[in-house]
Write a new protein. Sequence first.
Length: 267
Amino acid sequence: MSKVVLITGGSSGIGKSIGEFLSQKGYVVYGTSRSPQRYPDSKIKLVALDVADVASIDAAIKMVVDAEGHIDVLINNAGAGITGPIEEIPNEEIKRNFETNLFGPINVIKATLPQMREQNSGLIINITSIAGYMGLPYRGIYSASKGALELITEAFRMEIKDFNIHMTNLAPGDFATNIAAGRYHAPVTKGSPYEAKYGAVLNAIDEDVDSGNDPIMVSHMIFKIINTTNPKIHYKVGAFMQKFSIVLKRILPDKVYEKLLLNHYKL
């Protein structure tokens, strides 16, 4: 019996790449989108789901279970970027980002766990970010929301260990996707005390994404995790220096590491 995989945010970017790759490997794949009708040529089945709407989450989970009888793998991939000086990002945008990157995945997990518990099996993979391991200048809100999901996963794992349900994080670095198109970024405001430096960092962030690796790397790692009997707590995928930055943060004194980031961003 083919495993059933549900991927939030499966219509574009990393989620689309994962869905198409797993479909080719013989999995039954459902992706989600707030507006599935916009993607008539999708190579995977798309169901309507808005991670900020609990009713739509419940309806999507029910639809997949009614159609397939089980959900074997949940991949919490839907997410949103956000940039800007924390002082200048409107509070509603901060809340919206946490709604998408943290509370949304939590609610999808909550909706899926009863089915997996009934099956006495399941795997949940939360797509976080290497940025979630460190507070990055002008990406602080994104770092915080993704870092919170990393910690939530650590706690969740211990709470669900008796149900034969596994949970893990996969933290990608920069990949060549359309994430910048859907990202909220505070405007570079003329006369702002952050104008020059934020403008320069924003350009550097966009260049990093544009020159990022092929998201198929993430798909290969997802496939590896699915086929691992007892997945680790944390996985990383991306350029060597991006992954190595996490090691440096662990071994270097805080101020030395901060200096490295300041130098990297030319601050």
